[in-house]
Design a protein around this ligand. Sequence first.
Ligand SMILES: C[S@@+](CC[C@H](N)C(=O)[O-])C[C@H]1O[C@@H](n2cnc3c(N)ncnc32)[C@H](O)[C@@H]1O
Length: 270
Amino acid sequence: MTADPSGTPMTSGNLLTDNPALYEARFPDPDRLAGRWAEDCLRRHGAGPRVLDLGCGTGRDAAHLHGAGRAVTGADLSEAMLAHARTHHPGPAYVQADLHGFDLGEGVFDAVVCLDSSLLYCHANAQLDGFLASCRRTLTPGGLLVAEMRNGAYFLGRTDLLDIPTVDTFTWQGTTYRSATNLFVDRTAQLLRRIRVWSADDGSPPVEQHSAWRLLFPLELRHFLAAHGFEVLDLHDGPGPRTEPAWREGESPGVTADGDRLHLVARLSA
Ligand SMILES: C[S@@+](CC[C@H](N)C(=O)[O-])C[C@H]1O[C@@H](n2cnc3c(N)ncnc32)[C@H](O)[C@@H]1O
């Protein structure tokens, strides 16, 4: 930890991804909606059994896919997430990998799954290229890429999620946590940036954290995918696991890409 000039303790880490149990408490998914939605996409498009969950986080979705009969590898950059996943969501193999560029073998997966905006940690075009080139190498011809993320296009002309601090509190294991969050658009970098200040009633000092996600637009995504040999099968704003209302078993994909979440299924050309 370092301190800024005003004395506020700062960290470059991320309270939630550094504390996977807290992450799961903050974003509960008791019905495994994200995992079920991903499995539905895989089944609908006839994916083979070998799945890579990239940016797997706590391992919840990887374990769900494993439970559905798939041979799953979960990959993440965070050792804390991987350690949690191995202990709490056993079944899949868990490995460290950077989604900006990874080599987990050639033609060894039938599908890559990338949920809850993990793909948007590719900030620069070169990182997106690295991600798609790595997916292409690791997928078998005809393999699928399934992703779910924020939709950059949502922020064209809309400011409802921006520039107004939102305050949230929740209690976990007897400690009440408070977060004050500010989202803003960095147009030059084409990023959605977040500054979040955490405080807790356990006497620990406040922590300020900076995160960013690529503002990726649907037609831009189509262009990157085509350049790397992927054919887009679905690209829409819902229903999905994090839309309002949420996706329900049996529901078909939509056709618009206007809402704040984007859902993608693409196939690597044979
Ligand atoms: C919002 S979480 C989503 C986790 C999980 N997919 C889910 O839906 O619960 C994003 C995850 O991406 C991981 N991540 C961030 N940058 C990464 C990178 N460059 N390579 C691999 N994983 C990364 C984080 O450690 C974190 O676990």
